[in-house]
Design a protein around this ligand. Sequence first.
Ligand code: ZN
Ligand code: ZN
Length: 668
Amino acid sequence: MERRTLITAALPYSNDRLHLGHLRSTYIPADIYYRYLRKRGEDAVSICATDEHGTPIAVRAEREGVTPKEIADRYHVLIKDDLEGVGCAFSIFSRTTHPIHYETTKAFFLKLYEKGFIYEKEVEQLKCPRCDRFLPDRYVEGTCPYCGYEGARGDSCDYCGRYLRPTELRNPRCIVCGERPVIAKSKHWFFKLSAFQEELLKWLSGNDKLPVNVKNYALKWASEGLKDWDITRDMEWGVPIPVEGGEGKVIYVWFDAPIGYISATKVWAEQIGDKERWRKYWGKERGARIVHFIGKDIIYHHAIFWPAMLMAEGSFGLPYTIIAGEYLTLEGRKMSKSRGWVISVADYLKLLEPDPLRYYLVMAAPLDRDADFSWEEFVRRYNDELVDILSNFIHRTLTLLTRYFNGKVPKPPHLTEKDLEVLSSIKAAVDKVAENLENFKFRDGLLEVMKLAHLGNKYLNDTAPWSAIKSSPERAAASLYVAVQIVRALADLIYPFMPFSAKRLYKMLKLKGEPENTPWEAAKEKLPPEHELGEVKPLFKKLKSEEGEKIRRSLLPREERQMAQVSLEEFYKAELRVGRIVEVKELGREHLHLVIKLGEVERSCVARIGGKYTREQLLGRQVVVVANIKPATIRGVRSEVMLLAAVHDGEVVLIVPEREVPEGSLVR
Ligand SMILES: [Zn+2]
Ligand SMILES: [Zn+2]
């Protein structure tokens, strides 16, 4: 049975642009695999879409005063640009707000409901008394019960990475109005995940295609015992619940997102005018393979939730495999959007070509291990590998052919054993690259490509056609005949990894067609004598150190620059002074209105220390304030100075002078 492959790449969340970590873990591996299968002439479709529901988008829309759909519209286009800019184009790049997605998700939900795998249950939820609404997921923030991080959100803690329920947060607050929420009852729908524990364990341990990092992670979870899963939320933005009593609630984004893989395939089928074609990939017939590419942070969703959903539904095939790319650190540190420690795809593309990035991200480490993006290492690989090994070999071979043989492939009079050996290693390399790609070993595949280029360089040095041309022109012809065959093979072999360069090399070699529609095995074919070459240009040019330095400065995130650059002069712009608290009034639950005496003058100060200090503890205390902070109105009260306090684990501790000093004293 001929295989048919559906390649999916994790749906990017439609509220931010992509960064290098996304490319490394998910999109570049998926793209390499897709390009490879297509080049093999196989039936392969690649699917992606923006994931457009959930609280982060809803919350952001609320803050910006626009609709969630407007946020999703904006980022759908930008994310598509990011992906296409690095060559990751899919058969379809759909959206989870597409009507077909709503239809598919509702039908999926209903089927599970009718089969008894979805049941209703009253649960306790956080509700904001001031806004009079429930606070799902990111509508609430507070202190992480595990690590004490203050900015933890209702669904997860950014700091320790744990998943949370809103009711677990300590000191929760409504992110819209700041009020402390109360607990209220609400009806939710649960997916009977626990019913699939045995089946999942069996599937996970029996699937020999699952990579170890995915299998071990999922098995650990599954064997610890699975809990039923709340798949609805009290909010408006999302796919409506298709059963009675679901008004004002929607299906949880993590339930609808993976269904996006199915709905995007349907949208694709409709676009190509073959409406039922999607079934060929999602059915259970032999030969259909669903290959999910994801980042390691969502293994749980893809190796536990999703297969269980599919098992419950019953009519679709289960994933053939799940390829999970591990994290990419930046200069040795964890990337963090909130801390600004990332390089966006868009910023990279403003300065450099996509192929060296694709190369680097594959080469930096095997996909199932963490990798690091370091500028120094990027420049090193660029110059020492792409330029010195790959580009120089190609350039030397082609310019020598232009110089000695009028830009034509020479007719080799006699090939030595060594020549024949090199020619046969081309064939072996083509097979080795293919074997690695079949097994999702992208780095090993690329290493084989580079090994072949390296062999070409060595062969050229050993046979030295530039000196042989005088003493034995026939030897020079043989040498360049062999070398150009390696170049020819490289044009196809680099294609899945570096498609833009492959296209350029095709032009230089005047090969017919384009790399994407030339079969994989064409890499084994030889350029015939008399074949004419095109115009020769270097594939990659060395990054000079001044140029590299300039790019580094504009590419590396702002955080570091800011950290290094608070001058004394700038610091002194903040006027820190000692003051005495002379009045304390309560202002809501969290805030206190203080009057602080600074020498001759008194200043109003609204501080978020409510519940931390009593009026008695504060009155008469000496404290430190920023005296020249830009005044702001907080809770309807003008605040003219800012109180300094140490903040840790939900605690607030005032900064006070070690002993009394005259009020108004400068703090330096
Ligand atoms: Zn935490
Ligand atoms: Zn509120």
